[in-house]
Design a protein around this ligand. Structure first.
Ligand SMILES: Cc1cc2nc3c(=O)[nH]c(=O)nc-3n(C[C@H](O)[C@H](O)[C@H](O)COP(=O)(O)O)c2cc1C
Length: 219
């Protein structure tokens, strides 16, 4: 049975990103895989890459040696058959938690060797999910976040495996907008979109999660 690791890199465990990550994991399960969801911000202390270069030694080639709460996550991803990873857009980037995992996940495979720059020999399919206040269109050609997502998709595809992207823009950020004086948003359109469009994103997450279990990627 294939095993999928699903990482929610939002600090919120029950909101947009978490819901999409869980839906994708359910899609993988419905397609016959097992899946484990990890809420990154519930783990113990962790950091990004500390530049120790342990992963560049012959003994630990391709293996991050930094020991903290991410060590187990990296091990789980390494032995999995597919990765779902979701993050909100924070200030035009992924979250700090996502970045920490991403630095460690990718950098361990970079060899600085021209002939074979990537030492990951176990490529697995990836689903990258981003949610944001910005609209879906912001991630399309000409949009302000197209390059951001293209960068993650390109790097994940090169070092981990073929990467699909799911964007859920214009999310409902809080349950009750009337508690805040946020003239930036039209609360009604947020509620309506959440009720009418977000369920379609959940369905798409399930479908793409299921796709991760399709054959052909397992080394
Ligand atoms: C610290 C912070 C920074 C944010 N920065 C952006 C941003 O630059 N662009 C954007 O479109 N949305 C931004 N947002 C909105 C979130 O990306 C959006 O509400 C997202 O869906 C939240 O995900 P969650 O519901 O899973 O926590 C920001 C939210 C927070 C809390």
């Amino acid at each position: 049975m294939k095993h999928i690791i699903a990482v929610n890199a939002s600090p919120r465990r029950n909101w947009n990103t978490a819901a999409l990550v869980r839906a994708a994991a359910e899609g993988a399960q419905a397609a016959g895989a097992s899946a484990e969801v990890i809420d990154l911000y519930t783990l113990g202390k962790f950091s990004g890459c500390i530049s120790c270069f342990g992963c560049k030694t012959e003994k630990n080639r391709g293996r991050c040696v930094c020991t903290d709460a991410l060590s187990e996550v990296l091990d789980k991803i390494r032995s999995s058959d597919g990765l779902i990873i979701g993050t909100p857009n924070y200030l035009g980037e992924a979250t700090a938690g996502f970045r920490a995992l991403y630095e460690r996940l990718i950098f361990q495979y970079i060899t600085y060797n021209t002939e074979s720059p990537n030492c990951n020999e176990h490529h697995i399919p990836v689903l990258f999910i981003m949610t944001s206040n910005a609209s879906d269109e912001a991630y399309q050609p000409g949009g302000s976040y197209q390059d951001l997502v293209r960068k993650y998709q390109g790097t994940l595809s090169s070092f981990i495996g073929p990467t699909d992207v799911l964007i859920a823009g214009d999310t409902k950020q809080v349950e009750d907008y009337s508690r805040y004086s946020w003239t930036f948003f039209d609360p009604d359109s947020k509620y309506i979109r959440h009720d009418n469009v977000f369920p379609g994103k959940i369905a798409l997450a399930k479908e793409l999660g299921g796709k991760l279990t399709e054959g052909g990627y397992i080394d």
